[in-house]
Design a protein around this ligand. Structure first.
Ligand code: GLC
Length: 730
């Protein structure tokens, strides 16, 4: 409807109807036509609340969504439709690779295509909004939600976050086939103290502005219609009640004008944080900070009216919030078509169509971390596929709740579809007998008795002894990462380490395939295998993509979006650390330097690392001039060569270091990259244009600036490259 008509509708709303728009309820409250008493009672909700609420989360299914929406609109005094929101994180029913894996493709356009495909599928199933992308910067593998992030680098995080928003929202939100995006979690949620879920975040203003805001800025710049507040505190204040964070920074400095929704019950949780005395103060603090909608909580619906009557908050704040809700509904076309074309047949067709994309995408996310002796790609040698993931279909990430395992392609299915003969056996359970995954019932956890485990192991040793090459398919259980998935020691589960060692005793030709939602601690694993392919959680077509890469139909092209620590004691670890006054390389004593007595300072695998099936060389990096000034640019060039025996692809990465600035700058920062594909023996010159924009950084005050001085440039195949040259910005 026109803005004028929308304004007229808004003006006709009662205070209770306006406040109702600020409430989001769980689907369970609408499961039947009458109001549920269970969770509703627990929350202190009454039937009237559900009748006037603005949104519902986790309601899905085209027919169910249309039925609930139709009933809701009929009974609403002004027939205002619900907003249907849900976590479409990496695909919907057809699961795509987890976001951390997608970032390893170094192809934001891939994520844009995946998010557009997910939007078509989910909107056909009745959804309007996705709680995605997660734009949190993450450098600590102990935190379970790194799987949802785009990793440790601000530029990569920004590129993938913006691409996701563009993919979900497309060019026209007013019609079906798209979803409104919701950048999250504002802000800094990816840096919880000690990697412990929901823990406090302690960031310097410099790091906050120059690094941690990059993903959120990118979401806003790409037009994300919603943002979500984080559970954590920033500067000792819970994000959902922080005026400095939300009013001043998000709305003021970053210019966000969309709908700000709290995370799940986060407003009420400010009482437990020790920041709100009670529900009334929680409601006041959140609304004053600028939170428009409360995700599953009764602070707003119970307290806001009284707060206005008592003069503690101005009516204006309620009006602004309710207007943003109505404006989003109008921009989604919900007043014209509250179902936005939801249709079960269309949904099924989309899910099927997305499987092709899922297979293509998965292959671009795998990272080859080791390939000594060239075991990969597999040839005609007799292979035995052993491990809990050899025939498993649980290859989708922790947020893929709607992926149907029966539709997922296992490694065995992928191998056999290629017509390859191989032996398969389980070898070990994913987890030790009796292990649990907190928060999930026992039927989520497949395990075996001790005797069965012993039988499985004997069978595996026999299969390994009879094979030339063993492909060990191991990894985390998929629900060990994700929300609430913090692990103090993110290692391979014990039964799988036992299997790896037992197989290694009889056959050293081990190709290790690792499934995980995070970088695992691999120091004890790495020496036991000759090849290591990290596949993260590749989604519905994971097994097909893995088989294609293992047998050389496709090449592994992924490059790490997160550093792999040599020890958990290094966490959080990032290649972008600042220099200290005593860098290890410059302190001969081996003691008084920034490092450890018992562990190298370097990661096991650096950000940007990944091998190919060929070999690559990089010539010296040269600059076309010694200096450039504002308004000019400089060109850096180096030659790359494919010195292997097969056509191959790699990612040439450019890092810059601002040698001396008004605040210390990282040792180096990713500034650009180029994908290069060459025939064996071929070479090409690759150039990077360096502009003033690339030299800019946000100071602690949030001001963007480039400062004159010396810069060092590094170009190579990962963040540890020493292929360097220098230039000046004047
Ligand atoms: C969760 C998550 C958030 C998600 C929301 C709705 O607690 O923190 O990322 O979008 O609830 O499921």
């Amino acid at each position: 409807m026109t803005e004028q008509a929308l304004r007229a509708l808004f003006d006709a709303l009662s205070q209770e109807e306006k406040i109702g728009q600020l409430l989001q309820l769980e689907a369970g409250f609408f499961a039947q036509s009458d109001f549920q008493t269970g969770p509703a009672a627990a929350l202190g909700l009454q039937a009237q609340d559900a009748a006037l609420c603005g949104s519902v989360l986790n309601l899905r299914g085209a027919e169910e969504a249309k039925a609930v929406q139709a009933r809701f609109i009929r009974q609403h005094p002004h027939h205002i439709p619900l907003l249907l929101m849900l976590d479409v994180i990496n695909g919907y029913e057809t699961a795509f690779p987890i976001p951390l894996a997608q970032a390893c493709s170094f192809r934001p356009e891939l994520t844009q295509a995946l998010c557009a495909a997910a939007a078509r599928e989910a909107s056909a199933d009745g959804l309007h909004v996705t709680f995605s992308p997660m734009a949190d910067l993450a450098a600590d593998c102990r935190w379970g939600r790194v799987m949802e992030s785009s990793g440790e680098d601000p530029l990569l995080c920004a590129a993938f976050s913006a691409a996701a928003v563009r993919g979900y929202q497309g060019d026209d939100l007013a019609h079906g086939g798209t979803l409104a995006a919701c950048g999250k979690h504002f802000a800094g949620y990816g840096a919880p103290l000690a990697g412990s879920e929901y823990a406090q975040v302690e960031l310097s203003p410099a790091a906050f502005q120059s690094d941690y805001l990059s993903g959120y800025r990118a979401c806003i710049g790409a037009g994300s219609r919603l943002m979500m507040t984080a559970f954590n505190t920033v500067d000792g204040i819970p994000a959902s009640g922080s005026k400095p964070l939300l009013r001043d920074l998000l709305r003021g400095q970053l210019g966000f004008e969309g709908l700000l929704i709290s995370d799940y019950s986060a407003i009420a949780e400010m009482i437990r944080h020790g920041y709100a005395e009670d529900r009334r103060s929680a409601a006041r603090l959140a609304l004053e900070a600028g939170v428009d909608m409360e995700m599953v909580g009764v602070c707003y619906v119970r307290e806001l009216d009284a707060l206005v009557r008592s003069g503690e908050i101005p009516q204006r704040l309620i009006d602004e919030a309710a207007w943003r809700v109505l404006k989003l509904k109008n921009d989604l076309g919900l007043f014209e078509d509250p179902y936005r074309g939801a249709d079960a047949e269309k949904f099924r067709a989309c899910a099927l169509e997305n499987r092709t994309l899922a297979a293509q995408a998965a292959a671009e996310t795998f990272v080859l971390l080791k390939n000594d002796g060239g075991l990969l790609p597999l040839g005609a040698q007799k292979a035995a596929f052993i491990g809990p993931y050899a025939e498993s279909r649980a290859l989708h990430g922790a947020w893929s709740f709607f992926c149907r395992e029966a539709d997922t392609v296992s490694i065995r299915q992928g191998v056999e579809a290629l017509g390859k003969a191989a032996a398969f056996c389980k070898g070990a359970p994913l987890l030790a007998p009796g292990a649990i995954i907190p928060g999930f019932s026992a039927d989520y956890v497949e395990s075996e008795t001790e005797e069965t485990q012993a039988t499985l192991l004997r069978e595996a040793v026999r299969a390994a002894s009879a094979a030339e090459t063993v492909v060990l398919c191991l990894g985390e259980q998929r629900l060990q990462s994700g929300e609430g998935g913090s692990r103090a020691e993110p290692v391979l589960p014990a039964p799988q380490m036992q299997l790896l060692r037992a197989v290694r005793d009889v056959n050293p030709n081990i190709v290790l395939i690792l499934f995980a939602g995070r970088p695992l601690l691999l120091r004890d694993v790495l020496p036991l295998c000759k090849s290591l392919l990290y596949v993260w959680f590749p989604g519905s077509m994971g097994g097909a993509a893995i088989a294609e890469v293992l047998y050389g139909e496709k090449e592994p092209v992924g490059r790490l979006s997160m550093s792999f620590p040599a020890s958990v004691g290094q966490c959080p670890i990032s290649y972008r650390a600042l220099n200290t006054g005593r860098p290890e390389a410059l302190v001969p004593t081996g003691r008084f330097h920034n490092g450890y007595q018992d562990c190298p300072s370097a990661p096991l695998f650096p950000f940007g690392f990944g091998l190919s099936y060929s070999a690559w060389q990089c010539g010296p990096l040269t600059a076309d001039r010694a200096a450039f000034a504002s308004g000019e640019h400089l060109v850096l060039t180096c030659t790359v060569r494919n010195i292997g025996r097969r056509k191959s692809s790699t990612v040439l990465q450019l890092y810059l270091q601002d040698v001396c600035a008004s605040v210390c700058r990282p040792r180096r920062e990713l500034k650009d990259w180029h994908h290069v594909t060459l025939a064996p023996g071929a070479e090409t010159a690759v150039s990077f244009e360096v502009t003033e924009r690339m030299l800019q950084f946000y100071g602690p005050d949030g001001a963007l600036r480039a400062e004159a001085g010396e810069f060092r440039a590094y170009a190579g195949f990962d963040s540890g490259t020493q292929n360097a040259c220098a230039f000046y910005f004047q």
